[in-house]
Write a protein that binds this ligand. Structure first.
Ligand code: NAP
Length: 285
């Protein structure tokens, strides 16, 4: 890639950012399509977030992604939010507008649902379980309430109070009252009868949580289920391994990671992200 005086800049704002795969994804896509742009990860301390957003404006960036811990705190610095960002209560993508204003949106819900598209019919009228009640779970709940007509969406979290708060935030959208909350030790039947199980906790992630799973009673898994882990490193988590061993269809978090990036890329460039080139760049040789 040759950088020129015309090269546009896209940025990730977060803290930490050193682990991020977003530069690999977007730079591979720019390269493949011959777009004269570069994507860099910027570590921005919470106290500097306002200055960083002013920088996005002053520099006329192509676009920006936002990650932990800024997904909610960035909202007051932006000019407008899309309905999806409003509903989820978090921004992961900033899209500069023609008039110079900054629009905040959230592509996690679209990225989450993309790998589920082939299963949409199976999810119609199905029971679903989401483990976790944090930021990613909010995008998952939004997607499951808007993209399909699930019969039940059970939130299983170690902090039922947080799960209740999440359910409450989506009460307006949950017109058929499908969202319920179960404590960890009271969810066995919901897990057994679910067609889709989603891990939206860090359990299973490379590092301290790698040996863990959001649901340790693996005998509740079976062949009619889809097990979807948002964790993408490692590609095969304990949750996915144990579910697949009982015949469930495993879906790893890498597809969501690429899906949310693809939606941001489309919003910034108007072009479709070249998935194959991106997946090649993400796969160690
Ligand atoms: P978050 O906002 O910190 O929420 C994490 C959730 O997991 C919370 O409900 C938390 O419970 C729960 N949790 C944390 N540690 C736990 C433990 N030891 N036992 C039981 N529950 C635990 O994080 P997030 O942004 O939602 O991210 C969650 C996971 O999704 C991360 O692994 C992240 O990498 C992944 N993710 C992947 C993608 C993708 O594109 N594939 C996108 C977004 C996120 P408390 O509230 O009680 O702490």
């Amino acid at each position: 890639m040759t950088l020129t005086a015309h090269t546009r800049l896209a940025l990730l704002l977060g803290d930490p950012v050193a682990h991020s795969r977003s530069p690999t994804i977007h730079n591979a896509a720019f390269d493949k399509l011959g777009i004269d742009a570069v994507y860099l990860a910027a570590r921005v301390r919470p106290d500097d977030l306002g200055d960083a957003v002013a920088g996005l404006r002053a520099l006329g960036v192509l676009g920006a992604n936002v990650t932990i811990p800024h997904k909610q705190t960035i909202v007051p610095y932006l000019d407008a939010l899309t309905p999806v960002a409003e509903a989820i209560g978090a921004v992961n993508t900033v899209v500069p507008q023609r008039d110079g204003s900054l629009l905040g949106t959230n592509t996690d819900a679209a990225g989450f649902f993309e790998p589920l598209q082939p299963y949409a019919e199976r999810l119609d009228g199905a029971e679903t379980v989401v483990f976790g009640a944090g930021g990613a779970a909010r995008a998952v709940v939004y997607a499951l309430l808007t993209e399909v007509r699930v019969a039940r969406l059970t939130l299983v979290a170690r902090s039922p109070v947080k799960a209740e708060a999440l359910a409450g935030d989506f009460a307006d959208r949950d017109t058929r009252s499908v969202v319920t909350v179960r404590a960890d030790d009271d969810a066995s039947r919901a897990v057994q009868s679910a067609t889709l199980l989603v891990n939206a906790t860090p359990l299973g992630m490379h590092g301290a949580h790698e040996a863990e799973t959001p649901w340790s009673n693996a005998d509740d898994f079976h062949a009619a289920q889809i097990a979807y882990d948002l964790v993408y490193a490692p590609a095969e988590t304990r949750f996915l391994r144990e579910a697949a061993a009982r015949g469930a269809t495993p879906l790893g978090g890498m597809a969501m990671l690429v899906g949310q990036a693809a939606e941001a890329f489309r919003l910034w460039t108007g072009q479709t992200m070249p998935h194959a080139a991106v997946l090649r760049a993400l796969t160690p040789t």
